[in-house]
Design a protein around this ligand. Structure first.
Ligand SMILES: Cc1ncc(COP(=O)(O)O)c(C=O)c1O
Length: 396
């Protein structure tokens, strides 16, 4: 049955346009095409193949067994906010206090709260693209407008032209949305680029929504990617969105955090109150275990992704049919196939002919149309097999 024949179809026009026009995911369309294909290697969504480690699961089980099943602190339980403060203080080498951290129901909810705090109808937010499509969608749902600035692309490497970004800023602009390391391109801002972006935001008195969720996944030998933490002052307009999903293999748990100036506490608490009314305590206990005992697991994940990146980059390059560079960060290889313009059609074809699931670049906004995104956070044997299949399909 199509939507137009379902009961209530004639009433859809009466819904708010922000809700009615929220876009369907371009990735899910391809996933739906291949979801039930036997033997398909799924490299289309942004998650690895490891399930959550036992020490994290045990913490959640214990919490449930202890009867922690009640409403709780809207801002997050104090122990988790303290653990977040310790984690950040160690990672960024500067004191960051617990009153800056608020527990949310996911990175996605953090994005939504950040957008809600600063933008509404008539406002614009500027996003370098290709980008994770949920940024633009969250902005649209809030009634604001996402202004996309396509990044420059040369020999498969994306770079950000600050002048083009600056040219997109108007009196309506409320924020820059900066995702580094980036999904899907792997673009990773240097500290100098971070400083230049911050200077641009300061000059115009606009915000930065900083998504640094892949900051631990970098491949040049550094312990982490450059961060706005490295260049900002306490009074700067920076909102950080974050998640437990990727570092600790917790995509299904739905827990993240938002880091904002401490003075915004009541505002964030209220926005959480009127959306989820807080995150489950047992999930928060699991998150504490992730932060306090999770470093060996994060190191294992980074080592796996480093090997996955090598297998995929070398294997695709060997086809001589693709344009790509190895990503500096995150866990995606973005590439285009010579002579193929329509990545949606190509992604469907590769499901049918190679039995490999990739995300079409069309899902990631202007500048990504010809590309495909491959998630390499997976065991080597799967990636070696996926490369062999892609090599056959692309060179036949
Ligand atoms: C760039 C980026 N930000 C945020 C998220 C949100 O993750 P989650 O909602 O699972 O916490 C994702 C997930 O893919 C992402 O790629």
């Amino acid at each position: 049955m199509t939507t137009s024949t379902l009961p209530g179809a004639s009433l859809i026009a009466e819904l708010r346009p922000e809700a009615r026009n929220a876009p369907e995911s371009g990735i899910v369309e391809v996933v739906n095409h291949g979801r039930v294909k036997p033997g398909l290697i799924p490299l289309w969504v942004g998650e690895g193949d490891l399930s959550t480690p036992d020490f994290i699961v045990r913490a959640a089980n214990k919490s449930l067994a202890d009867g922690e099943t009640f409403y709780t602190w809207q801002r997050g339980i104090p122990e988790l906010r303290e653990a977040l403060a310790r984690y950040h203080t160690a990672l960024y080498g500067q004191p960051l206090s617990a009153d800056r951290f608020f527990v949310t129901g996911s990175g996605m909810q953090s994005v939504q709260i950040a957008v809600r705090m600063i933008a509404g109808p008539g406002d614009e937010l500027v996003i370098p693209t290709p980008a994770w499509p949920n940024f633009a969608a969250a902005i649209g749902v809030a009634g604001a407008k996402a202004v996309c600035v396509p990044m420059d692309l040369e020999h498969g490497r994306f770079t950000l032209d600050l002048d083009k970004l600056a040219a997109a800023i108007t009196p309506k602009t409320r924020a820059l949305v900066i995702n580094s390391p980036a999904n899907p391109t792997g673009w990773t801002a240097t500290k100098d680029e971070m400083a230049a972006l911050l200077a641009l935001a300061r000059k115009h008195g606009i915000w930065i929504i900083a998504d640094e969720i892949y900051g631990r996944f970098v491949y040049g030998g550094a312990p982490r990617a450059a961060s706005f933490h490295d260049v900002m002052e306490a009074e700067d307009r920076v909102l950080f969105v974050q998640t437990f999903s990727k570092n600790w293999a917790m995509t299904g748990w739905r827990i993240g955090w938002i880091e904002v100036p401490a003075a915004f506490g009541q505002v964030v608490e209220n926005l959480i109150q009127y959306s989820t009314s807080g995150s489950p305590v047992f999930v928060q206990r699991a998150a504490i275990a992730a932060l306090t005992e999770g470093e060996p697991f994060v190191a294992e994940q980074i080592a796996r992704a480093t090997e996955g990146r090598r297998i995929i980059f070398e294997g695709l390059k060997a086809t001589n049919r693709v344009s790509l560079t190895a990503p500096d960060g995150a866990f995606y290889q973005f590439f285009s196939v010579d002579g193929r313009e329509d990545s949606r059609a190509l992604a469907i074809e590769l499901v049918d002919e190679a039995n490999v699931g990739l995300a079409p670049g069309t899902a990631f906004g202007p500048g990504g149309e010809k590309g495909l995104r491959l998630c390499f956070a997976r065991k080597s044997s799967d990636l070696v097999e996926a490369v062999a299949r892609l090599q056959r399909a692309l060179t036949s």
